[in-house]
Design a protein around this ligand. Structure first.
Ligand code: SF4
Ligand code: SF4
Length: 113
């Protein structure tokens, strides 16, 4: 399981190039071990999600009325819709099913069957 490598918003860090080439630390890696400090994080979605103890926003009962995540998903750009799709997939089918698909991607998002 690589739930740690699923970003709070639904971006999948494990198959994202900046993550595996080491130029990005990923969304959630290191906060649980103390290697990174959540008070220094800039992404308000990540801060909220990690402080509340969720694996991602997919676990949040307030997601449908959350302005932070809905504004993010509504941004211009293909990837934002794909991150929303990831979160919706996780809400419907769970993390395990998501990871079976996402581990075959070559980006932070990808195709579903
Ligand atoms: S935008 Fe925020 S929540 Fe999404 S992967 Fe990046 S840091 Fe994590
Ligand atoms: S309130 Fe919004 S940003 Fe915070 S965990 Fe829930 S969906 Fe994510």
């Amino acid at each position: 399981m690589s739930i740690k490598e699923i970003g709070c918003c639904g971006a999948y860090c494990k198959t994202c190039k900046p993550f595996y080439t080491g130029t990005c630390k990923g969304c959630k890696i290191g906060y649980d071990t103390g290697d990174r400090d959540i008070s220094k994080a800039r992404c308000k979605i990540k801060i909220c999600c990690i402080v509340k103890g969720y694996d991602s926003c997919a676990d949040c009962p307030e997601i449908e009325t959350c302005p932070a995540i809905m504004e993010f998903y509504g941004k211009n750009g293909y990837k934002y819709g794909k991150y929303q799709q990831a979160t919706e997939f996780i809400r419907e089918y769970g993390y395990e099913e998501f990871l079976k698909i996402a581990n075959n991607w070559t980006n932070a998002y990808g195709k579903y069957k």
